[in-house]
Design a protein. Structure first.
Length: 255
């Protein structure tokens, strides 16, 4: 249930808090209860009364180092070929109350160094459309959706949204999308890798819920489903609390 995150911008944001003092534990050992160790949980900035700076406890493991030590990094580029990050951890990604804090929008450039040809009014005008989507990390599929329709691109609206400084100024319709969510780090792990905006019915037949896939697996083609104006391939690493997807977390490249 993501209703609370579906383009409902506020002055607050939802952040994820990572706590671990034993780097030998797996992601499957993590709790989602605040105060436990190891744990990853969400916290709204609306609940923060004050902030006090203190030295980092010597026994705690840094999130970045933990993920690298366990190999939870991007081993492959999620889209085939050379791609560019058209929008990262800023602008409209910060308007979704934590859902997209660390999301990446990925596009591709044609031989003219443009993301689309002609007027950009058709999905096939965009260089990224139909490119293979590659799993950057290994994991077990827990959500697979492939039947949703692709939107028609709207370049004018995509340009206009960049003129705004906050999400409350934008009237954007949420639409269903084709996607995959992978459970990262073993059974029971509260960490999900999410890749979205796939082309309708492009998911390969062997990509089924419950199956485990290795990094580098080709799963679908880039499309324009979901809440989009123009074509992108988007991915983020979420922390999952029960059935509620919460704030996203940063992830690093394997190189």
């Amino acid at each position: 249930n993501e209703v609370k995150f579906m383009w409902n911008p506020t002055q607050y944001s939802t952040i994820s808090v990572f706590t671990c003092s034993d780097s030998t534990l797996t992601l499957g050992d993590f709790s989602v209860t605040p105060g436990e160790d190891p744990a990853v949980f969400d916290l709204s900035t609306a609940a923060i009364v004050s902030v006090k700076m203190r030295e980092q406890p010597a026994n705690l493991v840094e999130y970045r180092l933990y993920m690298r030590e366990h190999g939870h990094v991007f081993h492959h580029t999620p889209v085939e070929g050379e791609v560019w990050i058209s929008r990262a951890w800023d602008s409209y990604h910060t308007w979704e109350d934590g859902r997209s804090n660390y999301a990446w929008d990925m596009g591709a450039l044609n031989t003219n160094m443009m993301s689309y040809n002609h007027f950009g009014t058709r999905n096939t005008d965009f260089e990224v459309f139909g490119k293979n989507i590659i799993l950057p990390m290994a994991g077990k599929a827990v959500t697979v959706i492939s039947h949703e329709v692709d939107n028609d691109p709207d370049v004018d609206a995509a340009v206009e949204i960049e003129d705004h400084t906050m999400g409350s100024e934008v009237d954007l319709e949420e639409k269903p999308q084709n996607m995959i969510e992978l459970e990262i780090g073993g059974d029971g792990s509260p960490f999900l890798l999410r890749l979205i905006h796939f082309q309708q019915d492009s998911m390969l037949a062997n990509i089924q819920v419950g199956s485990t896939f290795s990094a580098g697996t080709h799963i679908a083609q880039a499309g324009n489903s979901g809440t989009t104006y123009v074509l992108i391939a988007m991915l983020c690493l979420d922390s999952q609390i029960k059935t509620q997807v919460t704030g996203t977390l940063p992830v690093r490249s394997g190189t």
